[in-house]
Design a protein. Sequence first.
Length: 136
Amino acid sequence: MRNELEHIEQVDLMHWWSLAHKQFGIPEQLLFAIPNGGQRSIVTASKLKAEGVRAGVPDLFLAYPTPHGGRGLFIEMKKPIGGRVSYNQDVMLFNLANVGYHCAICHGWLEAKDAIEKYMKGDYIGLHGPQKAHLN
């Protein structure tokens, strides 16, 4: 089961976003969760895999290209203390960054909020290709 603290932090981020999207002038729906994790039956897991579900896909995507050259922002949520990316997440973030997406590993909702604000301003310095930043 997904870490309960990560769940709470992501919910807190989405509560903030429900108001904050207005300051950026973009629709609320453009920041959305990608529910890739969780326990599933073998049958359901097999169906999802056949449909294209991939291990390591980040938790959230902000589907908004910025005037500053941002193509979109992927966010991997981690608990505020001690959260680490898995091997599959590391590989996926690296690949997404290498094709031009901004990617962030955020320990708690405040880091995610900061990443979104910086991305929207055009001064985001997260993981973005072609180089790979240090991942926990």
